[in-house]
Write a protein that binds this ligand. Structure first.
Ligand SMILES: Cc1cc2nc3c(=O)[nH]c(=O)nc-3n(C[C@H](O)[C@H](O)[C@H](O)COP(=O)(O)OP(=O)(O)OC[C@H]3O[C@@H](n4cnc5c(N)ncnc54)[C@H](O)[C@@H]3O)c2cc1C
Length: 490
């Protein structure tokens, strides 16, 4: 896309077109429209392929996220028309010490993509997909592309990224900034472990390609790096053969320990392609119904799934087994009907004070039992509790912090509660903090997509041995500390 004179830049509700010059007033730290003599002292905004907007509805949207708990109002929102726009505006913000946060789909829950009095870069317009790389083993995509779009583009070629989050409408840049865990992680690692190259704009405004062999310090500081060192503008993702159909099982358990042990056995054996699990409340409100979710991929990836072979030796209640064959994309997109129903019922806009923890395997039973004992159906609301194991040996990204245990478990209490009831939201945030402290004392950590009040000292503890490297990369690549303050790390 070229520089276009017909761009429409909306500032303070004004539509600025054509020759109008857009400025930033460093004295008042506000965007302004200049013209004639009135522009003295204003710094000119670079010419953009896309748009820079300050209208009320764009700012309000950028001051909110899926959590609906934290609200920080930016000065402006960039909808880049090109990677060049990201470079230009990050340089501009760096020069004027304005803080910047990229925002993918805004599904963070605690203000992570928000920036008070700074610039939000909405990445959704960085939406290129393809072409496929040599040998059809990779695909290059824009950072704003959603995983549903990647899947839809790859599957017709018989290919797929190996790991998906449960919900597909998250941006590639957004999940690569946190990790990207799913039921396939025990086989293929996290999404960040399946990236061969990144194209990024550093906090100093430098456009760089990096990979495990080219500027590896930057590559490793960006993947699961919570946006601290660079804005991801493009990523080359690994692809593997896709199954046409899958066999999907829901296996009920009435005992936590047996459920966790069977999950562990399955991921260590690699018997299934996907393993997750949920806990739900019984009619008395006790969280005592455990459902193991397992999926075997069919041809051409695996043999035609055989129930007897796949379920041998497992200790679920055989009378409650649900098994079905699904087209591969329908399996990946299995949450879509539930999300549509939540939206229809007005529950998708509830506050989401989410708790996401990574527990050491050896303490998982005790920690989950304690957390589930304390949980009430009212405090979970129309949410879910997830528990599933991952294999640490498959995780290779230094900044994705996991407990020092061969089989850690993800434990997630994905709460939903009316956003206006701030007393309840505050109480649930405090409960998240207590659960985190119990987890940290046992050697666990948080998976940083939720809503846990965290101090700078907590972040140092969180990153542990990776902290000095992250701190050094921050100094090198974002020397003025403008990127992603909403994470509260530096
Ligand atoms: C319904 C739902 C289901 C989920 N399921 C899973 C799951 O199964 N597994 C899992 O791992 N996670 C899951 N998550 C969490 C999700 O992966 C993270 O919250 C993710 O960051 C959201 O992506 P996003 O595009 O909405 O990012 P945003 O919320 O827009 O941004 C998140 C953070 O990443 C930064 N960021 C965004 N884009 C970029 C970029 N291009 N470059 C650098 N930094 C960037 C932002 O500044 C912010 O700090 C789920 C979240 C929701 C709401």
């Amino acid at each position: 896309m070229s520089h276009t004179p017909s761009r429409r830049t909306v500032l303070r509700g004004l539509t600025v077109t054509g020759a109008a010059v857009v400025g930033f007033d460093p004295a008042t730290r506000s965007w302004a429209v200049t013209g004639g003599g009135s522009g003295r002292g204003l710094a000119g905004i670079p010419r953009l392929d896309g748009t820079l907007v300050t209208d009320e509805s764009s700012l309000a949207e950028a001051s909110d996220d899926f959590g609906h708990i934290v609200h920080r109002r930016p000065l402006a929102v960039l909808r880049p028309g090109s990677v060049r726009d990201v470079v230009a505006m990050v340089r501009f913000c760096n020069q004027h010490r304005l803080q910047v946060a990229p925002r993918g789909q805004g599904h963070a829950t605690f203000g992570q993509a928000q920036v008070k009095d700074g610039l939000v870069i909405e990445t959704a317009t960085l939406a290129d997909i393809g072409p496929l790389g040599p040998d059809r083993t990779t695909v290059a995509v824009g950072a704003g592309v959603r995983w549903s779009e990647v899947a839809k583009a790859a599957i017709p070629h018989g290919l797929t990224p190996p790991v998906f989050t449960d919900y597909l409408e998250l941006s590639v840049g957004g999940t690569l900034s946190v990790g990207g865990l799913g039921g396939q992680t025990h086989r293929h690692g996290a999404q960040v472990d399946n990236v061969t190259e990144l194209q990024v704009v550093t906090g100093a405004g430098e456009l760089v390609r990096c990979s495990p062999s080219r500027r590896p310090d930057l590559f490793h500081a960006v993947l699961a790096g919570l946006g601290q060192c660079a804005v991801i503008v493009g990523a080359t993702l690994r692809l593997v053969p896709a199954p046409e159909t899958v066999r999907h099982y829901l296996l009920p358990y009435d005992d936590l320990e047996t459920f966790l042990e069977d999950q562990r056995t399955l991921v260590q054996e690699g018997r299934f392609d996907y393993v997750e699990g949920q806990v739900s409340a019984d009619s008395d409100g006790a969280f005592s119904i455990y459902t193991l979710e397992a999926v075997a991929y069919g041809p051409p990836v695996g043999p035609t799934p055989d129930d007897t072979l796949l379920l041998r030796g497992m200790r679920h209640d055989p009378s409650g087994v649900q098994a079905s064959d699904l087209a591969y994309y329908d399996f990946l997109d299995r949450l879509a009907p539930a999300v549509a129903a939540l939206k229809e019922a007005g529950l998708w806009t509830y506050a989401h004070p989410w708790l996401n923890l990574l527990l050491p395997g050896e303490s998982t039973r005790a920690l989950t039992a304690e957390a589930l004992d304390a949980l009430t159906p009212a405090d979970l609301g129309p949410g879910v509790v997830l528990v599933y194991p991952i294999l640490r040996a498959r995780l290779t990204t230094p900044l994705l912090r996991t407990p020092a245990d061969t089989v850690p478990y993800l434990f997630a209490v994905l709460r939903a509660t009316p956003p206006d009831d701030t007393a309840t939201v505050d109480r649930l945030l405090a409960a998240n903090r207590s659960a985190y402290e119990a987890t940290a004392a046992a050697g666990g950590t948080q998976y940083p997509v939720g809503s846990i009040p965290f101090t700078h000292a907590d972040w140092r503890t969180h990153f542990g041995s990776a902290w000095p490297g992250l701190e050094a990369a921050k100094r090198t690549y974002d020397p003025r500390g403008i990127l992603v303050p909403g994470q509260g790390i530096f």
